[in-house]
Design a protein around this ligand. Structure first.
Ligand SMILES: Cc1cc2nc3c(=O)[nH]c(=O)nc-3n(C[C@H](O)[C@H](O)[C@H](O)COP(=O)(O)O)c2cc1C
Length: 254
């Protein structure tokens, strides 16, 4: 298998704690930023800025920002959940419910009559003891040429994300995407802590570090090629590769 595909398949979300005694080094960080630098963007507009946050006081200030999950998020996220590894292996999409706080996996907890505080967390829960955060910004007043609503610009930001994630994986650095940073009220407070200009928007943040524990073995699922590949016409499924079989562990079924 080409090395690049190995890295692509091994890349994973590092949701555990990072070792505060073993931060990402400056040369490693530079490589990660170079991976962002060389990401493809529409018309090569390079529509991103990256704020490195490694100052303890700044990290603590961010950690104290309250993050209340909207009912829309909780409901839509709930639709992606499986409640057992067997269910996830059959569905081949979505995530295990056990990845999330219990209150997010119980629709009764977010009914209007229930105690809403169960949905309230703080960024500190996501940021934990992270020694390094990268906050990726874009100019909300610009767009990729001819791209109404700027989906192309957002695809470019996705390329930045993937480039940084893949090189981190190849360096043995844990990487966790945090989209909550771009959520309305949270974004406002993060921008205030980081002194971000009003016209700039937060695309996403990511926390990076050397995981304290080896990644726990868990079922990672992906749809089979036959599920999403069509041949010459949508719905035509006459391309047959060997069906991939699910297996436990960090690697994708195969
Ligand atoms: C655009 C984007 C946003 C994401 N946002 C979050 C997030 O806010 N929190 C989180 O824990 N994971 C987030 N993820 C990670 C996905 O949940 C994860 O990639 C997916 O479940 C597949 O798992 P894997 O990364 O371990 O292969 C995000 C991924 C992408 C590409």
């Amino acid at each position: 298998m080409p090395r690049i595909l190995e890295v692509i398949r091994d890349r994973h979300s590092a949701r555990g704690s990072f070792d505060p005694g073993c931060p990402v080094t400056k040369p490693e960080l530079k490589l990660i930023l170079e991976a962002a630098q060389w990401a493809p963007t529409p018309s090569n507009m390079q529509n991103f800025e990256i704020v490195i946050v490694d100052d303890k006081t700044q990290l603590e200030a961010l950690g104290k920002i309250p993050a209340e999950m909207s009912e829309d998020f909780l409901r839509e996220n709930y639709a992606q959940l499986s409640f057992s590894e067997a269910e996830l292996s059959i569905k081949k999409t979505g995530m295990l419910a056990s990845t999330f706080p219990p209150a997010w996996t119980n629709p009764e907890a977010w009914s209007p009559d229930s105690d809403a505080t169960s949905q309230l967390t703080f960024l500190g829960v996501s940021v934990r003891e992270t020694p390094l955060l990268l906050v990726v910004l874009y100019d909300g007043n610009k767009r990729a040429p001819g791209s109404e609503g700027d989906p192309l610009g957002h695809m470019g930001l996705g390329c930045v994300l993937e480039n940084m994630w893949l090189i981190s994986e190849s360096l043995g650095i844990g990487f966790h995407v945090l989209t909550v940073f771009s959520d309305g009220p949270v974004e406002k407070q993060v921008k205030s802590v980081l002194h971000v200009a009003p016209h700039m928007k937060i695309a996403f943040a990511c926390s990076l570090g050397h995981p304290l524990d080896p990644p726990a073995s868990y079922v990672r699922v992906r749809r089979d090629l036959e599920d999403f590949v069509h041949h010459n016409q949508f719905g035509r499924k006459d391309i047959m590769w060997k069906t991939q079989r699910p297996r436990n562990g960090r690697g994708v079924a195969g």
